[in-house]
Design a protein around this ligand. Structure first.
Ligand SMILES: Cc1cc2nc3c(=O)[nH]c(=O)nc-3n(C[C@H](O)[C@H](O)[C@H](O)COP(=O)(O)O)c2cc1C
Length: 200
């Protein structure tokens, strides 16, 4: 499958994990990588270019750190402008139907923070519902998110494992060795699940 990674991180000089993940994604053959903040520092999105990119790919990966329980602002701007009526939805707008969407996200909060009894009072995937429903409305399949919690409190080997898992995931999506059926039964997944989800 043709994989498009849309990376959104507004504070890359402070990033301990996403920038390293993004570097891995950039190196992969057959995966298109776009750094949205680098391309659109003034938020002036080239809608036609972005729509062409979407049309040319089968899997759209949104890679971002969770900021205030949501996507960074430029990724919201991208949704607001690119997913136009007549392109992404509406009677004549089915250009995205049948594609897959994957969110690759990192959070400062821990797994426990994202539970009914935790500080954030909800399971993590509930915070992605707007993105999930947006994909749904556009006829796309929203895969469970690839999540890294406690991203600011990892030891170097945990961080390295996640950074190395990311290109494996993207490569498996590209090569058709990622078990989409098994993944869709999960609420979220992380690097340890890739042992089951990626076929040799
Ligand atoms: C402005 C801002 C808002 C944040 N909001 C959240 C949040 O709502 N939930 C959460 O779990 N972490 C939040 N965080 C923590 C980030 O998600 C975390 O620092 C990031 O995922 C780490 O990845 P990085 O090292 O690549 O930046 C926030 C961080 C910043 C700077």
């Amino acid at each position: 499958m043709r994989v498009l990674v849309l990376f959104a991180h507004p504070a890359q000089r402070n990033s301990s994990i996403n920038v390293a993940m993004a570097r891995q994604a950039q190196r992969l053959d057959g995966v298109t990588f776009v750094d949205l903040y680098a391309e659109y520092p003034r938020f002036s999105i080239d809608i036609d270019l972005e729509q062409r990119r979407l049309a040319e790919h089968d899997v759209i990966v949104f890679q971002f750190p969770v900021f205030w329980y949501s996507t960074p602002a430029l990724l919201k701007q991208w949704q607001d402008l690119v997913l136009e009526y007549g392109f992404a939805y509406g009677p004549q707008g089915q250009k995205l139907a049948g594609k897959h969407v994957l969110a690759s996200v990192t959070t400062g909060g821990s797994f426990t923070d994202y539970s009914t009894d935790g500080g954030n009072r909800r399971a993590f995937e509930q915070f992605l519902f707007p993105l999930e429903q947006t994909a749904n409305l556009c006829g796309m399949t929203f895969l469970p998110p690839f999540v890294l919690h406690s991203a600011n409190h990892l030891n170097s080997s945990e961080a390295q494992s996640h950074i190395e898992a990311y290109p494996k995931l993207l490569g498996a999506l590209r090569d058709g060795t990622f078990d989409l059926g098994a993944a869709r039964k999960l609420r979220v997944f992380d690097r340890t699940d890739l042992i089951e989800l990626v076929r040799d």
